[in-house]
Design a protein around this ligand. Structure first.
Ligand code: SME
Length: 159
């Protein structure tokens, strides 16, 4: 088991450490599922106040549940549906302050209050989305978004 102990108090350092840990964990490993599994575990262990962290993969134009940490979740999400499907259809990050105010939000876990979904895109093609849920309203700020976009930039080369 790897013990990274990433616990910087400022978010810039936290995400820089997280990115270098993810680089270390994935270097030389070509298996996409293994890399997503370790990324989900690393994020879950390192970021506070999450109740779900994981991936939905683009399987033939539909999002299908990938490696994650948290409670069992809905398995298939059509493009355009919910927060994840909106990120998939638009290829735009969705940073949702209050999921209850998002039309069509899919409540996999009733504890979720805010959500961040980052598309993972290579050569214009959606590979997967990273989905983070929090039991706190407005848990994710612009620094979380920038940090997760950087993690997904690395993952885009690995999936
Ligand atoms: N809330 C998401 C569904 C996935 S779960 O949060 C794990 C959505 O609206 O797309």
């Amino acid at each position: 088991m790897y013990d990274f102990k990433i616990a910087a108090s400022d978010k810039q350092t936290l995400y820089r450490d997280l990115l270098s840990a993810l680089e270390g964990l994935t270097t030389g490993e070509p298996d996409a599922i293994a890399n997503m599994a370790n990324a989900a575990a690393l994020i879950w262990e390192s970021l506070p106040d999450l109740n779900w962290a994981g991936f939905y993969r683009n399987v033939g134009g539909e999002l299908v549940l990938g490696p994650f940490q948290g409670r069992p979740a809905c398995i298939r999400i059509p493009f355009g549906k919910g927060v994840c499907g909106t990120a998939a259809a638009s290829l735009q990050v969705q940073r949702i302050v209050d999921v209850h105010a998002f039309p069509g939000h899919i409540a996999c876990d009733s504890a979720s209050e805010s959500e961040l979904v980052v598309p993972i895109v290579r050569d214009g093609e959606l590979l997967a989305v990273l989905d983070l849920d929090s039991p706190q309203k407005a848990r994710f700020d612009a620094e979380d978004e920038a940090g997760c976009v950087a993690l997904c930039g690395l993952l885009a080369r690995l999936l």
